[in-house]
Design a protein around this ligand. Structure first.
Ligand code: C5P
Length: 237
């Protein structure tokens, strides 16, 4: 897989989503991320529509449940022919394996290629102090992230989603083949919004990132296509 720029379609409904995509000359060439907000309102048909257009889809639903439930849910997502999807690594080895089995079975049913299975380690909104006092995890945040990345890799996940700042650590722990997909991307003159551990596209590339997720820096830009091109140039170096 090429190192994609994935646009986070954090919109309320499909109308706003397609109005946005149609501002691009070639929306079919885009790789987008659909999260809970859009998916829970529009349902699977939004994915079918995007795939019919030719758009590549990262369906980010961060599954976390007992292995059997996750396996069956992933089988359904596998049938949607998405290119990437997510689970929480904290669900454990059996859940991660079950997620992979489900994805493979679902994509086989449609003669497709299984989506890359990405694991969330610690949410980027979790601080070290919070992790220690609320999850009773007594190691450092870095240690927990590395541990969960290794667990994910050993049980069939294809990568993780994390801040680009954690990419070198994760590659070191899980190998350079393990995909590090990184949100929290801002251009130098962008507002940081609610993100804390941010990098520019160039920094993400230098840190070894295998793909970046960009939301507001493109979706809220006056000219989204121009913003996308600037990010692409910086990302490709
Ligand atoms: O607008 P912005 O570029 O900050 O959007 C980043 C996207 O990446 C959002 O959809 C957000 O939910 C997602 N994300 C994140 N941090 C993670 C995982 C996902 O920002 N650890």
């Amino acid at each position: 897989m090429m190192r994609p720029i994935i646009i986070a379609l954090d919109f309320k409904n499909q109308q706003i989503c397609f109005d946005f995509l149609n501002r691009f000359t070639h929306p079919e060439d885009l790789f987008v991320k659909v999260g809970m907000e859009l998916f829970y309102f529009e349902g699977p048909s939004i994915i079918t529509k995007l795939r019919k257009m030719g758009v590549k889809v990262f369906l980010d639903l961060k599954l976390y449940d007992i292995p059997h439930t996750v396996e069956k849910a992933m089988e359904q997502l596998g049938r949607l022919d998405v290119q990437m999807t997510t689970i929480h690594a904290a669900g454990g080895s059996e859940m991660i394996q079950a997620a992979k089995r489900g994805l493979v079975a679902g994509s086989k049913a449609i003669n497709g290629t299984p989506a890359k299975l990405l694991a969330v380690t610690q949410l980027t909104s979790t601080s070290e102090a919070q992790m220690q006092s609320e999850q009773l995890v007594s190691v450092s945040l870095k240690k927990s992230v590395t541990h969960l990345a290794k667990l994910a890799a050993a049980n069939g996940a294809d990568g993780t989603i994390s801040s680009a700042l954690e990419t070198p650590l994760i590659h070191e722990a899980a190998g350079n083949q393990f995909l590090c997909i990184n949100p929290g991307i801002r251009l130098k003159n962008n507002s940081t919004d609610d993100q804390k551990r941010i990098t520019t596209p160039a920094q993400a590339r230098e840190l070894g990132s295998n793909g970046i997720v960009v939301g507001r820096a493109i979706t809220q830009a006056e000219d989204p296509q121009a913003a996308y091109q600037i990010i692409k140039q910086e990302w490709e170096g």
